[in-house]
Design a protein around this ligand. Structure first.
Ligand code: HAM
Length: 421
């Protein structure tokens, strides 16, 4: 038997219904914010992620699925959505669109060669939003408010919003220098990865999973002490807009994010439900004002986030939330003879084209077993076809809740169902 690959999953049955529910909710929320749908390819040129996500990040150095295609091109399965969206923004010259800013959302699979565990997949699904061409401080708060609203609408109660700022280039460079100076004397007490990060990407040392509890890191200087006035002002203003929207948050200077492209606002939203496990960050994002330029586009401010939907599903399970999933059909068509079957086929076809949700018997079951099948499918009405009724252009309709039965003229069936469903 061929089995699925490590870190991948099959979604079917009740889970399939839950995923469809989640996808619909995401679409509705993005519609209410007036974000447009974008779909970019699952594979892109390897160079895009090296330049876009960052040469020194774990994602690019350790986790990408890279391969040569038959034309000897270096291809990478996308590990995240932002780089592809930015490439598309530049390639399709969206910066020239009449409607600005460009506000986009996506929902699709990403690929990271990580060690699989609960909440950490190799094929993962992210819903994300990106706003390009806008530096308004409110937009930072708006982008944070989208996953917050999603979690609220799903009924999640144990959620914590952590925000931080990495400041502008000047603030970040000053902080970088201060951090290197502080860490250098202690470098041998840090893990091997952190020793490598010191010169290349010292901020990443702060969210190291190995050294996280180390006192050296706990006492390290924080970015908040190195912000220049305009960066400070910007951060205050983002907090002001979050407060206007009643979004509770905590300022956590340890949030630096694992990708290179951020400046100013960064944030992570965690599930704080008991026993969730180590992979508890449900969504993360931030501002990346330099990335469009780095990928050869015009200088364009931008901000976005991505939410891990596999993890979100785990949080929904852990909090015992029952989603209002669609688990009912309107009609089940039942018959025994071939002439009755022909009518069932015609009727089902007709009703479906008028928006009625129908299923019909296809397993050669007895009438008694067909009643059971209708119950399993949660059918609201049973349409019982028999040759005598059909001669009178009628069908027996049974309400499967009240158990009332009546004969309805076939020409009036659609009206009857529309009124009663
Ligand atoms: P990220 O923090 O790498 O950011 O991923 C965002 C979310 O994707 C995480 O918070 C987590 O919920 C989920 N996730 C990441 N890796 C896995 C995995 N192996 N298994 C399951 N879920 C996972 C980004 O990807 C950025 N592109 C976000 C962004 C958009 N920044 C600006 N715009």
């Amino acid at each position: 038997m061929i089995t699925k690959q490590k870190g991948t999953t099959d979604i079917y049955g009740l889970n399939g219904k839950k995923w469809l529910y989640l996808n619909n909710l995401i679409q509705d929320i993005c519609r209410s914010y007036n974000y447009d749908y974008i779909r970019t390819p699952i594979f892109e040129a390897t160079e895009l992620f090296h330049r876009g996500v960052g040469e020194t990040t774990d994602i690019v150095t350790k986790e990408t699925y890279d391969f040569k295609d038959r034309g000897d091109r270096s291809i990478t399965l996308r590990p995240e959505g932002t780089a592809g969206v930015v490439r598309s923004y530049i390639e399709n010259k969206m910066y020239g669109d009449a409607t600005q800013p460009v506000k986009l959302f996506y929902n699709g699979t990403m690929y990271r060669y990580e060690r699989p565990q609960s909440g950490r997949m190799r094929e993962l699904t992210q819903f994300g939003c990106e706003v390009l061409g806008c530096d308004d401080h409110y937009i930072d708060a708006e982008v944070i408010s989208i996953p917050v609203l999603l979690f609220k609408m799903l009924g999640l109660r144990n959620i914590k919003v952590n925000i931080n700022t990495l400041g502008d280039e000047e603030s970040r460079n000053n902080y970088r220098e201060a951090l290197i100076n502080y860490l250098k004397p202690h470098i041998n007490d840090l893990c091997e990865d952190c020793q490598k990060r010191l010169e290349k990407n010292p901020l990443r040392i702060l969210d190291c999973k190995v050294d996280g509890e180390n006192a050296i890191l706990k006492n390290a200087p924080t970015i908040l002490d190195y912000l220049n006035d305009s960066s400070k002002e910007r951060f205050e203003s983002v907090k002001h807009y979050l407060e206007l929207m009643d979004i509770e948050y905590e300022v956590n200077p340890k949030i630096v994010r694992g990708l290179d492209y951020y400046n100013h606002t960064v944030f992570e939203i965690e599930a704080t439900v008991k026993d969730f496990g180590a992979q508890n960050v449900l969504a993360g994002g931030g501002r990346y004002n330099k990335m469009v330029e780095m990928l050869d586009g015009p200088s364009t401010p931008a901000i976005g986030f991505a939410c891990g939907l596999d993890r979100l599903m785990l949080a929904i399970e852990k909090e015992d939330i029952e989603l209002n999933i669609f688990n009912q059909i309107d009609c089940f068509l039942m018959y025994v003879s071939d002439t009755e079957k022909d009518m069932a086929v015609k009727l089902a076809n007709d009703l479906r084209s008028n928006g009625i949700i129908c299923d019909m018997e296809n397993m050669g079951r007895s009438l008694k077993a067909q009643f059971k099948q209708a119950d399993r499918l949660n059918s609201k009405f049973l349409l019982i076809l028999n040759d005598t009724d059909l001669e009178n252009n009628e069908v027996t309709v049974k309400d499967n809740v009240t158990k009332e039965e009546q004969k309805i003229n076939i020409d009036e069936l659609l009206d009857f169902l529309n009124v009663n469903i």
